[in-house]
Design a protein around this ligand. Structure first.
Ligand code: CU
Length: 668
């Protein structure tokens, strides 16, 4: 493994084999950093207005469709944008072609997240035992306040690999101008972000660039002959077999169940030479129509409202992750009813991956190239939120989490802003120093990249309330209701069903089950649980990791003609301490129906799947919506607490609430 490896592309690729930086393989160069531009006044501060932006995928991949962004769109500028796009695609493709033993390869970098549960670049913890099922075998942080920050250097690492291959590509170009131009572009290559909640996604679904088999190059290259290449953002062909994600007895193993025809017996899911897929059919092909129908439906039912709700948290802990625990945060004072960013992110994994798609399963999600476009957007939302709430950060007091640990962190280890984010090294000099959350707190000042809105805000010196106003308008649900009702499910045992699952929510459809159409007006949305498989684990472990999830019901209530104004026992101002709780509008038996299904849409029985499973704890929150004009004063003033204790909570139970397949929900 330590023998000198070819740094660059294998001989059989079209981009050549000459080394550009031949000495850097054996140094600890797998670090997260870009070179930061310092400000001109010489005080050593970083000039945040010089940070390179990660652009919207539509602007990045379709530059010829750009109106002009306020700038004059000259032929010269358009050509440069086309060249940048093509170079990104060529370089990303080259990263995917690298030998799987190469630490810069897509295979190795994608493998950091979950399977194959092997050390990346030799970063290990001596006590990690791959046979101990209590340890998670990937490095990624989920259900943790480190969720947003761990994925930050992860994105930067793969961008560094793309930059390297872009420089390599430049050396193959015979036209001197093209070579110079590509070298000039290379350091600025960043993953564009896929904004899955914006207007375009709600109406049009996934941009075509993610679905075509071959992608056309837009620039008229003089010294590169191809006019199209196999599309590197549609799928990645696994160079080695990844092995099984699930134990042999489970119903989820896609090799066994009905959509899949995998070549021969005993071959695990994700076998060598198979491409990653989304919404796979019996022929192991991605079904883009199913993907798009689901994406557009979910963007409209859950993602827009989810992002809107996420920006109403003003504390890092509940904002950052979906973790739920009775012991530490069970009194409602910490978390409340709003969606966490991680939860909305979970929805997107299930929505883009669908049944059998790699993105749906945490163990293998990062092998679908779209993972990085999704996480670019997650990171953008983190950065926008940080702009709105600059003082909120990972609590300094160590947090004990009932976690599975990671490849290097023991189960139940404590996490804080100084926890090493392995395997991402801090510098090339010290192999044992890893990036911490504090090191990557700000995208521009600490990391050297930015997003269009943040760059604009910095240049125009927006205040945090101005940014919040901007974001809330961008993701405002189509109707800005003054009375909002949100369903909150606590204590969802993530591993109850040995893999990912969904909770469908219906209003006024007491007999809804897995066969009920999602196109009826009663369907309010579905909660995606991005859960790992259990393998062989003690019953106790399976009870431990719980998450919380929420879903805004208001739109569906209005559609069904249900009253959304609180019943008369609520005071005029539900925020005031004297006001009584509003009445529950769901007073009829069967008003709210939960249906648990697996990713293939088969009904699950929450009460029997695990003998000791306590089942979900369900409540309804009423929030008086904030009129647009008042958003700033309500949300941003540091003295105003918009956290959940100011909101009205109503516990839901049988018979108003029912769960498909269960005679009566388990009591809480
Ligand atoms: Cu993710």
């Amino acid at each position: 493994m330590d023998a000198q490896k070819s740094l660059f592309l294998p001989v059989n690729t079209s981009l050549g084999t000459t080394a550009v930086e031949p000495d850097d393989y054996d140094t600890h160069s797998l670090v997260y950093r870009y070179v930061l531009s310092e400000s001109e006044d010489g005080n050593g501060a970083v000039d945040v207005t010089k940070a390179v932006v990660r652009e919207n995928v539509l602007d990045f991949f379709y530059p010829h469709m750009l109106m002009n962004g306020g700038e004059e769109m000259t032929t010269e500028r358009l050509n440069k944008l086309k060249m940048k796009r093509d170079t990104f695609l060529l370089a990303f493709s080259a990263v995917q072609d690298l030998d799987p033993s190469d630490r810069w390869s897509f295979y190795q970098i994608a493998g950091i997240h979950g399977l194959p549960h092997q050390p990346f670049d030799g970063v290990e913890n001596d006590s990690w035992d791959p046979r101990n099922p209590d340890w998670w075998g990937g490095y990624c942080q989920h259900g943790s306040p480190l969720f947003p920050t761990w994925h930050r250097p992860y994105m930067m690492l793969i961008e560094q690999s793309i930059i390297r291959q872009a420089k390599q590509f430049a050396t193959t170009l015979s036209d001197a101008d093209e070579k110079a131009a590509v070298l000039d572009i290379a350091d600025d290559l960043r993953f564009p972000y896929l904004d899955w909640a914006n207007q375009s996604t709600r109406v049009l679904g996934l941009p075509e660039v993610f679905t075509v088999t071959d992608v056309s190059l837009l620039y008229s290259w003089k010294s590169f002959s191809a006019t199209s290449i196999p599309n590197p953002v549609k799928s990645f062909v696994l160079p080695v077999s990844l092995g099984k994600i699930f134990g042999s007895s489970d119903v989820y193993n896609p090799t066994a169940k009905p959509n899949y025809v995998v070549p021969s017996q005993g071959i695990p899911y994700t076998p060598q030479s198979y491409p990653t897929v989304r919404y796979v059919d019996a022929g192991y092909q991605t079904q883009n129509d199913k993907l798009n129908v689901t994406l557009m439906r979910n963007a409209n039912t859950t993602l827009v409202e989810g992002v809107h709700a996420v920006f109403q948290h003003n504390q890092w802990l509940p904002f950052s992750n979906h973790y739920w625990s009775e012991e530490t945060h069970g009194d409602g004072s910490q978390f409340g009813h709003y969606a966490s960013l991680e939860l909305v992110h979970d929805f997107v994994h299930g929505t883009l991956g669908g049944p059998g798609g790699h993105l749906t399963y945490p163990e293998i999600a990062a092998f679908d190239p779209i993972f990085f476009f999704h996480h670019s957007n997650v990171d953008r939302l983190v950065a926008l939120w940080q702009y709105c709430y600059p003082n909120s950060w990972i609590p300094s007091k160590p947090l004990q989490l009932n976690s599975d640990g990671t490849y290097t962190d023991e189960p139940d280890s404590e996490a804080n802003a100084k926890t090493p984010l392995t395997p991402f090294r801090f510098s090339a000099e010290d192999a044992n120093q890893f990036v911490t959350s504090d090191d990557v707190r700000l995208v521009d000042a600490d990391c050297g990249y930015s997003y269009p809105e943040i760059l604009q805000a910095r240049k125009e010196r927006w205040t945090p309330p101005q940014m919040l106003d901007y974001v809330l308008k961008l993701y405002e649900p189509p109707e800005n209701y003054l009375h909002r009702w949100v369903l909150m499910i606590e204590r969802i045992v993530k591993r109850a069903f040995n893999g990912p699952f969904q909770v469908r929510v219906f209003i006024g459809k007491a007999d809804a089950d897995s066969q009920t159409s999602l196109s009826i007006p009663n369907f309010a949305g579905e909660i995606q649980v991005f859960a790992r498989s259990s393998g062989v684990r003690c019953a106790n472990c399976e009870q431990r990791q719980c998450m919380r999830a929420s879903l805004d019901l208001t739109k569906t209530m209005v559609r069904l003609g249900l009253a959304t104004t609180p019943l008369p026992n609520a005071g005029d101002d539900p925020f005031s301490s004297e006001s009584a709780a509003p009445g529950n509008p769901f007073s009829i038996p069967g008003s709210l129906r939960l249906v648990f299904v697996d990713m293939q849409g088969r009904q699950l029985d929450p009460s029997t799947a695990l003998g000791s499973w306590q089942g979900p704890k369900v409540s309804l929150y009423y929030q008086r919506g904030v009129p647009r004009e008042q958003i700033n004063e309500f949300m941003v003033d540091d003295d105003i607490d918009v956290s959940p204790q100011t909101l009205q909570k109503i516990e839901l139970s049988y018979p108003q609430l029912s769960v498909a397949g269960v005679a009566q929900p388990t009591s809480s």
